[in-house]
Design a protein around this ligand. Structure first.
Ligand code: MRU
Length: 374
């Protein structure tokens, strides 16, 4: 990708409490945090054209369903700056829709920009798309903050249930934190609000192989905010739940069906099974932009991205000399498969925390919060 880098080497600390994406000073470009370099290097990238935006999504410079959607909206604006014709709208939308298949926020945002600009004269389209992308970003921040407000009582209830003794242990998977959204995160929003409210908590952070978004991103952001946490291997959750060491699970989602099936990072389903077996409440936190109202059966209908097997056969990290290096894990001749997401059936989900409140994971539950969709 041709995007311009603005570097800052380790020690890695976010310069300011900030967003994951913002308009460039020139009013035409878009700035993002390069998430492939965290937690070792904090660096921002200027996205200057459609290809930059599409490549940023494909290579996971930006990732997380809500942030993918906002980046795609800005990608439309960047594409229209070069070609605002009807063909330009169609080409930008087709390019962005090809980037990653699972998070429905992508198509939701692209279609929203497409609909808004096709009513306009070509000369007005790029500026309108850029402004709309900013509005979508602001809306996402507001929705995630509201998810935090609605999720906070669930953490408070867990604290009350423990007789206000010890700490509330929350388990989360992958990164559904502020890095995955514009601000706050989805799964982390109730955690941050509970932490700010003074509820003593501790977060179990699943490392989330193969790309380790938990170990490298969730751990980094919780550390930045001073939230107590421990990184655990992906297979530890069941053991912790059997021993009463998890009070509730909160995960994010990339696509949730109208009936409450939750598509999320690979391994989420196994955590939900362990939670059910041990009577641990299991919540998915998501903005309504993540709900695919056209789907009911998530196992049959949610497209599951399969990524490069090299993400499974190799791992990257910082060596003793401070260099970020990649090393091979598997025998050279062993093939690998890399399924990036799975689907947790609604029956295993205790509730869905949205910007409008906590819904039962069912068609009726979601429709009661979003009646216009039925
Ligand atoms: O492959 P990623 O890193 O884009 O996957 C991210 C997740 O699975 C998140 O849990 C999901 O997007 C929700 S983000 C609020």
């Amino acid at each position: 990708m041709s995007a311009r880098r603005r570097g800052r080497l380790a020690p890695v600390s976010a310069p300011n409490p900030q967003r994951t994406i913002w308009p460039g000073d020139d009013g035409r470009t878009v700035v993002v945090i390069d998430q492939t370099r965290l937690p070792h290097v904090f660096e921002t990238l200027d996205l200057t054209d459609l290809e930059d935006a599409a490549a940023a999504i494909e290579t996971m410079v930006v990732r997380g369903a809500p942030l993918i959607g906002v980046t795609a909206a800005y990608g439309m604006a960047l594409g229209l700056a070069a070609d605002p014709s009807d063909d330009g709208v169609a080409a930008a939308s087709a390019r962005l829709l090809r980037t990653r298949p699972t998070a429905v926020n992508l198509a939701w945002a692209v279609r929203r920009v497409e609909e808004a600009v096709t009513a306009l004269a070509p000369a007005a389209r790029a500026a309108a798309a850029y402004a709309l992308a900013g509005e979508i970003a602001d809306e996402d921040a507001a929705m995630c903050s509201a998810i935090g407000d609605h999720g906070l009582p669930l953490v408070e209830a867990a604290w009350e249930a423990k007789g206000r003794e010890g700490v509330v242990n929350v388990l989360t998977h992958c990164n559904a934190g502020w890095l995955a959204t514009v601000e706050w995160g989805t799964a982390t929003a109730p955690i941050y609000k509970a932490f700010d409210a003074g509820i003593p908590l501790h977060v179990w952070v699943d490392e989330t192989r193969p790309r380790n978004q938990g170990a490298s991103l969730t751990a980094w952001e919780l550390g930045e905010k001073g939230v107590p946490h421990s990184v655990i291997v992906d297979n530890a959750g069941g053991h912790l739940m059997q021993h009463g060491m998890v009070d509730l699970c909160i995960v994010g989602s990339d696509r949730t069906t109208a009936a409450g099936d939750v598509g999320n990072k690979i391994g989420t389903y196994l955590k939900a099974l362990a939670a059910r077996d041990n009577g641990v409440p299991f919540y998915a936190a998501l903005p309504s932009s993540t709900i695919d109202w056209t789907l009911r059966d998530g196992v049959a209908g949610i497209p599951i991205e399969e990524r490069d097997p090299a993400e499974v056969t190799a791992i990257s990290g910082m060596d003793a000399g401070g260099r970020v290096v990649e090393v091979r894990l598997t025998p050279e001749a062993s093939p690998a498969r890399n399924y990036a997401f799975d689907v947790t059936p609604a029956r295993l989900v205790t509730g869905i925390i949205t910007e409008r409140g906590v819904a039962e994971a069912s068609e009726e539950g979601l429709a009661s919060l979003y009646p216009a969709t039925t």
